[in-house]
Design a protein around this ligand. Structure first.
Ligand code: ATP
Ligand code: MG
Length: 569
């Protein structure tokens, strides 16, 4: 079962959806549509996977089909049960219901039996050469490959050797099973690909039952066929594997091994993988960041993983809207991270309650405000959403203001607070700076102000205007906390594409900046884990699920994407 993506994010058609439609019209699969999302549980999902999830679950939902979540768990050394659980959580968080998880490892017996069938049909052989020799014999794009000396082994000998491989008689790397196709095929993928290798390794699900494991090409299409997948969607780099995908399924179909008629076998379609500026989208590289302590974990808000982005405060709906917007194409392209952020900002603007927080506080004393008096002012939670209601914010004689909102000698066009100038305090009054108090070093330590009681609510009865409205927090009521700000994880826009350089060279040491000593309005003491909040005038923040009083800045308020678009013309 899968649930549809937001009705508010309509998905344009694309070549995959057109193909599904064509198959529906032709009746290729008797009206069935079945897709799958097949991660390898060797890491947590990143935003690239979100594109594939939205596509596969989206297509299934739109065409009344189903999408299955399948673990492609054929590499025992790198895979792990925790990743399986994490992947399931991430798919659900993104807004899709995967139902019961399927596993390629559940098909190991069938896939093994099919391999024996290839052998008995003379379509596979055991090769005793090492990986290097096999690779050298593969040839290149311009020269054909050369036959292995083991290519002419008899069926009996191959079957015996393969069974002994399975029985554990040989050490890792000493033998492989290869499909017998054509060493001169123009597509190197078809030059007798390796389909089984020996790995004496513990598998997170099958334990020590197996010491031979199928390769991707001899597991993926087979799993698709067993499950009844109709449209097997993968990324572009697999397009040279498609003839192999077809070759295997056609042979198995002709041999009567497939659960459905050959005409209804799954077919592979390739789309461009998501690439984003200023980050890397590869589980291997992300794993490196985690294992080397370059980030705090897979859910570090600096990470482009779904759990990292969630902790940073990205709403799942924004990711879905972004994926719907960029669409699905057959050419690789790199998207600006600012475009993604603009979707996040739009969604957060809709759903975030507003609060007042002072990040870099300077004390203000309102000299003519009665000592001990507190007024609870009504503040709007979200001007975009009347249903979000209002809250009470305390106002008193001593307040915190943002230090940046004051200049003793104002620069040109500085319309905020300075001696003799008047500003509006949000939801409260006009205040005027009368004098400053300096500390021993001569730095401004405190502002002495007066307020005009007649300006309650932000309007002066005599019609005089102020240029600026500032946010503030009542000192006596403030709660202290921490804001964490983020810069790009990589300083280079394309860290992966720097000739001869390791992307890690461009890892930004300033990717996280911790701001301590922030003063929050008291209602923030009750912030819920993952709650999205706009700190007025500062940005969109998200309450950390574990660290009390810590808020991550999800995105700033300014739309950098609009700027980039203008520059690009
Ligand atoms: P990685 O290089 O990050 O390990 P992968 O392709 O090896 O990526 P899998 O777990 O095998 O990771 O991927 C599961 C599915 O997600 C595959 O169908 C794959 O094509 C798709 N996918 C992975 N990365 C992206 C991406 N950047 N954009 C779109 N789809 C992706
Ligand atoms: Mg993979």
């Amino acid at each position: 079962m899968s649930i549809p993506a937001e009705p508010s994010t309509p998905v344009a058609s694309d070549f995959i959806r057109e193909q599904v439609q064509r198959d529906q019209q032709l009746g290729t699969y008797g009206g069935r549509v079945q897709t799958r999302f097949p991660p390898e549980p060797n890491g947590y999902l990143h935003i690239g996977h979100a594109k594939s999830i939205c596509l596969n679950f989206g297509v299934a939902a739109e065409f009344g089909g189903i999408c299955r979540l399948r673990m492609d768990d054929t590499n025992p050394e790198t895979e792990d049960e925790d990743f399986v659980t994490g992947i399931e959580q991430d798919v659900r968080w993104l807004g899709f219901e995967p139902g019961e998880t399927l596993y390629a490892s559940d098909y190991f017996e069938t896939i093994y039996r099919w391999a024996e069938r290839l052998i008995t049909e003379g379509l596979a052989y055991v090769d005793d050469q090492d990986a290097e020799t096999i690779s050298a014999q593969r040839g290149g794009f311009t020269e054909p490959g050369t036959d292995s000396p083991y290519r002419t082994r008899t069926v009996e000998e191959n079957l015996d050797l393969f069974r002994r491989m399975r029985a554990g008689e040989y050490p890792d790397g000493t033998r492989v099973l290869r499909a017998k196709i054509d060493m001169t095929d123009p597509n190197p993928q078809l030059r007798d690909p390796v389909i089984y290798r020996i790995r004496h390794a513990h598998h997170h699900r099958t334990g020590d039952r197996w010491c031979v494991y199928p390769n991707y090409d001899w597991a993926h299409g087979q799993s698709d066929a067993i499950e009844g997948t109709t449209h097997s969607v993968c990324t572009l780099e697999f397009d040279s594997h498609r003839p192999l995908y077809d070759w295997f399924l056609e042979r198995l179909g002709e041999l009567g091994e497939l659960p459905r008629p050959l005409a209804e076998r799954p077919r592979q379609y390739e789309f461009a993988r998501l690439q984003l500026t200023h980050t890397v989208l590869s589980k291997r590289k992300l794993l490196h960041l985690v294992t080397n302590g370059l980030v705090d974990g897979w859910d570090d808000p600096r990470m482009p993983t779904l759990r990292g982005l969630r902790r940073l405060g990205y709403p799942a709906a924004a990711l879905r809207a972004f994926c719907a917007h960029i669409g699905v194409a057959k050419v690789n392209s790199i998207h600006e991270i600012e475009l993604l952020e603009s979707f996040v900002r739009d969604e957060l603007n809709r759903i975030s309650e507003r609060r007042m927080v002072v990040l870099n506080p300077i004390k203000v004393v309102i000299e003519n405000y009665p000592e001990g008096q507190v007024e609870w002012l009504e503040a709007v939670n979200n001007p975009e959403d009347p249903a979000a209601g209002t809250r009470q914010v305390p106002f008193s004689r001593e307040l915190w203001l943002e230090a940046e909102d004051f200049m003793e000698v104002p620069a040109p066009k500085f319309y905020r607070l300075s001696p003799g100038k008047e500003v509006r305090l949000r939801y409260a009054y006009f205040i005027k700076c009368e004098s400053v108090v300096k500390d021993a070093s001569g730095a401004v330590a405190e502002l002495r102000c007066t307020y005009d009681p007649a300006t309650f609510g932000g309007q002066a009865p005599d019609g005089r205007k102020v240029k600026t409205t500032l946010h503030w927090v009542s000192a006596a009521h403030a709660v202290q906390g921490e804001a964490r700000h983020y810069n790009r994880l990589f300083t280079e826009a394309h860290p992966d594409a720097q000739e001869g350089r390791d992307p890690l060279e461009f890892l930004n040491p300033e990717a996280r900046v911790i701001v301590t000593g922030a003063r929050f309005e008291p209602s923030l003491a009750e912030a819920q884990p993952f709650q999205h909040i706009q700190f007025e005038r500062l940005g969109y923040y998200c309450a950390d699920p574990e660290l009390a009083g810590v808020f991550h800045r999800t995105v700033g308020l300014r739309d950098d994407w609009a700027k980039i678009r203008k520059r690009q013309g």
